[in-house]
Write a protein that binds this ligand. Structure first.
Ligand code: ZN
Length: 65
C-alpha cells in the first residue's frame, strides 16, 4: 500500500461519498473499486482506510494554501 504524491487527478466534479462535498482523497480498494472523500471524512475514516486500501491518493495538501 502506497500513499502516492502524484499531480492532482481529482476535480471539482469529484464528490465525497460521505457528504457530497468536493473530494480531495481518492481511496483505491481494488482495480475497479475506489472511494472518494473530502478532507473531513478522509481523516475520520483514515485508520480503517489504511487497512483496506491498496492506494490512497491524498490531495488535501492542496487545501493548505
Ligand atoms: Zn465528506
Amino acid at each position: 500500500m502506497n500513499v502516492t504524491m502524484q499531480p492532482p487527478t481529482l476535480s471539482a466534479t469529484d464528490r465525497c461519498d460521505g457528504c457530497g462535498a468536493q473530494a480531495f482523497v481518492r481511496v483505491v480498494l481494488a482495480e475497479d473499486a475506489e472511494l472518494l472523500f473530502c478532507g473531513h471524512h478522509a481523516r475520520q475514516h483514515e485508520v480503517k482506510l489504511r487497512e483496506v486500501a491498496i492506494s490512497i491518493h491524498d490531495e488535501t495538501r492542496l487545501l493548505m494554501h
